[in-house]
Design a protein. Structure first.
Ligand code: IPM
Ligand code: MN
Length: 334
């Protein structure tokens, strides 16, 4: 069989970004050695440090580098996040922000048995950042289009079908935001009609936020607009044990960038104790998107084994292991 080759762009960024990135890259290297895979890593610069050095947070060559790769891994950037990840998402038309939240073994969490996926629209809403500011007022424009609503709804239903999930919940605030959320809900409802085997419901965002705490097991696939998805995905991560375990994918037709939901964690940066599992699970999601199903499953299984043994956990999970020790433990399980 011909060896599959992929060019993977990496953006380590700031804070704990480089630490968790090197953990994920070492795991991918071990995985590739054991399989018929060739991964070429191309490191690209972006973030606070890059801005301090070059004057721009997202250099043109980084954007081009991501475009020229088969997929990209992104760790975290600090103050310049909105100058980096938002232009990448919007510029490359990565219209889906896919954020699974599930309970892994030995991870302390508040909720019950949660296994849900948030499908967050990733290109518009308040994140278009169209607005204005006077001395005593500010205004932000929320942009919702039928095209973007339709493709995100389709993605959510196709995912439900593919993963044999039973229900899609459209989360909105159409009772107040009747123009924007009104269009979003109407579009989701139309798309739902083409998937009669999947249960469809609509839920107002505030009620959803509460229900996520009271009955998290109710939820399966949630589809929502950009900012609601931002907020609910942190809430969902909180339900399953925090941001240390939350991976994500920014996915478009041609390109995709996989990133942990957590940020740069300046309080622990440089100490080598950051939990690399969200980054490693994001690398797994990348392999899945590349069509490397078995390799993706192998990563998740290795992570689960490490968690089950419970011997090599970072402090956020109640252990005392270092980032690179967790990466090494995952590599051993591969
Ligand atoms: C996220 C982050 C970003 C967002 C910020 C850092 C721009 O919170 O990926 O969820 O709001 O989307
Ligand atoms: Mn967020």
């Amino acid at each position: 069989m011909k060896m599959k080759r992929y060019r993977i762009a990496t953006i380590p960024g700031d804070g704990i970004g480089p630490e968790v990135m090197s953990a994920a890259v070492s795991v991918l290297e071990t995985l590739a050695e054991n399989r018929n895979l060739a991964l070429e890593f191309v490191e690209l610069q972006a973030g606070d440090k890059t801005k301090a050095e070059t004057g721009v947070a997202l250099p043109e060559e980084t954007l081009r580098g991501v475009e020229q790769s088969d997929a990209c891994l992104f760790a975290a950037v600090g103050e310049t996040a909105k100058e980096v990840i938002l232009p990448l998402r919007q510029g490359l038309d990565l219209y889906v922000n896919l954020r699974p939240a599930k309970v892994y073994p030995n991870v302390p969490h508040v909720g019950g048995d949660v296994d849900l996926v948030i499908v967050r629209e990733n290109t518009e809403g308040l994140y278009r950042m169209i607005g204005d500011r006077g001395p005593d007022w500010g205004v932000s424009m929320r942009v919702i289009t039928r095209r973007a609503s339709e493709r995100i709804a389709r993605f959510a239903f196709d995912l439900a079908r593919r993963e044999r999930r039973r229900r899609v919940t459209c989360v909105h605030k159409a009772n107040v935001l009747d123009t924007t959320c009104g269009l979003f809900v109407e579009t989701c409802r139309n798309v739902a009609a083409a998937y009669p085997e999947i249960e469809y419901e609509e839920m107002i965002v505030d009620a959803c936020a509460m229900k996520l705490i009271l009955t998290p097991g109710h939820f399966d696939v949630l589809v929502t607009t950009n900012m609601f998805g931002d907020i609910l995905s942190d809430e969902a991560a909180g339900l399953v044990g925090g941001l240390g375990m939350a991976p994500s994918g920014n996915i478009g037709e041609k390109h995709a960038i996989f990133e942990p939901v957590h940020g740069t964690a300046p309080d622990i940066a440089g100490r080598g104790v950051a939990n690399p599992l969200a980054m490693i699970l994001s690398a797994g999601m990348m392999l899945e998107w590349l069509g490397e199903r078995d390799a993706a499953a192998a990563i998740e299984e290795a992570v689960i084994k490490v968690l089950r043994k419970g011997e090599t956990l970072t402090p956020d999970l109640g252990g005392s292991a270092r980032t690179e020790e967790v990466a090494a433990a995952v590599q051993r399980e591969l």
